[in-house]
Design a protein. Structure first.
Length: 382
């Protein structure tokens, strides 16, 4: 491998949320960013721009928008139009805008459980009602059930949120599953929203991401997707996201008051994303090597967890976020227990699954192995 993902680089005192929260002897495997340097090609481009020295207001050029159109075509094989794109500084802001502006005051939403906490926070903070639909294990994958959705839907249900690939749990939803879900949404006139930030982190060979815009004509009229390269190229600290929707009314509602709550993306965010999208750039080698590295780390986590009798996890199809069932430990606070053993994991409570833990393996192998040793030892003490 030409890019050394094995290299250990200290992130202490770099204003890293992940590394600065806990004492130095704790291995922090919680928040979802990776301990890998961005592709050199992107860093060089950012440095060149910085050297210009004037960092004024910026905008998304037509060339950049076209690069997104080409990227979506290249990566997922679907054609969108430049006009369908709206830029945002983050995916989270898109979730919040949706809850605020696509739901009326008495409308209701359907939100997956477990899910990334902003799914609930967005609807809760907007003061709207929601019901949780559950991801349950079926043939080793965390999936939703249309029967449960049919039982939960109300006459005032207007929005359904899905994370594809799913965080936590890593499910890469198959085209047939998404078609079923979109048929459900069309039948009940519900807007379907997908958070696709983990789209390019598919670890299983042979699986492919299906964006909503690649499904069919009808659902593209009644849905929107939130996309970003923040996760995959590891620059969430200068983040950029975009919403894709063919539906003019969704675009209008989401953006009518956008400046009241959401700032413009920053100069470096546009530039980093544009550089990452350049076809055949050295970033594509970095990307291929990243996926291989993460796949090995994923395999290591799965093998080690299998040997610990009180822990289990389903096979992870995507993401660098292992979703571990710690219920057999019968602890009131599993996160606290492992923190005392020197590993900071994301608590399942954050995703509404208190007996689970999320482990970020986007780190050099030696760090991961050390953390897994500590986890194993801590389990042996119970
Ligand atoms: C599913 C999901 N959506 C959104 C985000 C955050 O994205 P952003 O930084 O663009 O708001 C994360 C970060 O972990 C995530 O896992």
């Amino acid at each position: 491998m030409s890019n050394s993902f094995d290299q250990i680089i200290s992130r202490k005192n770099t204003q890293s949320i992940r590394w600065d929260k806990y004492p130095a002897d704790v291995i922090p495997l919680w928040v979802a960013d990776m301990d890998f340097i961005c592709p050199q090609f992107i860093l060089d481009g950012l440095q060149k721009r910085l050297q210009h020295g004037i960092l004024g207001y910026t905008y998304a050029s037509e060339t950049f928008k076209q690069k997104i159109v080409d990227y979506i075509d290249r990566q997922y094989g679907c054609l969108i139009e430049k006009e369908w794109i709206t830029f945002l500084p983050s995916v989270v802001s898109g979730l919040h805008l949706a809850a605020q502006h696509l739901l009326g005051s008495s409308d209701h939403a359907l939100v997956p459980s477990p899910a990334y906490h902003h799914f609930y926070d967005s609807v809760n903070q907007a003061g709207k009602q929601f019901s949780e639909f559950h991801m349950t294990l079926k043939d080793g994958r965390w999936v939703f059930s249309i029967d449960e959705l049919e039982a939960l839907v109300k006459p005032n249900t207007r929005l359904l949120m899905l994370c594809n690939p799913h965080n936590p749990g890593g499910t890469v939803f198959r085209k047939e599953e998404l078609i079923e879900l979109s048929d459900f949404c069309l039948k009940h006139q519900i807007i379907l929203c997908t958070d696709e930030i983990h789209a390019d982190l598919i670890l299983d060979e042979g699986l492919r991401h299906t964006p909503l815009v690649g499904l069919n004509h009808l659902i593209t009229e009644n849905s929107f997707s939130l996309m970003s390269l923040n996760k995959v190229f590891n620059f969430p600290g200068i983040g950029l996201a975009w919403m894709v929707t063919k539906n003019v009314e969704i675009r209008r509602k989401m953006t009518a008051q956008i400046h009241a709550s959401v700032p413009e993306p920053n100069l470096f965010a546009y530039l980093a994303t544009e550089l990452a999208m350049t076809p055949d750039s050295p970033s594509s080698d970095w990307y291929k090597e990243l996926i291989i590295y993460l796949r090995h780390n994923r395999d290591l986590v799965e093998e080690r967890i299998k040997t610990i009798p009180q822990l289990s996890m389903a096979h992870l199809e995507s993401t660098y976020l292992a979703w571990i069932d710690a219920s057999q430990l019968q602890l009131t606070d599993p996160q606290e227990y492992f923190l005392k053993a020197g590993v900071a994991l994301s608590p399942g409570t954050q995703f509404r699954a208190p007996q689970f833990l999320r482990l970020n393996f986007g780190v050099p192998k030696t760090i991961l192995s050390q953390a897994l040793d500590r986890i194993e030892k801590a389990c042996q003490l119970i």
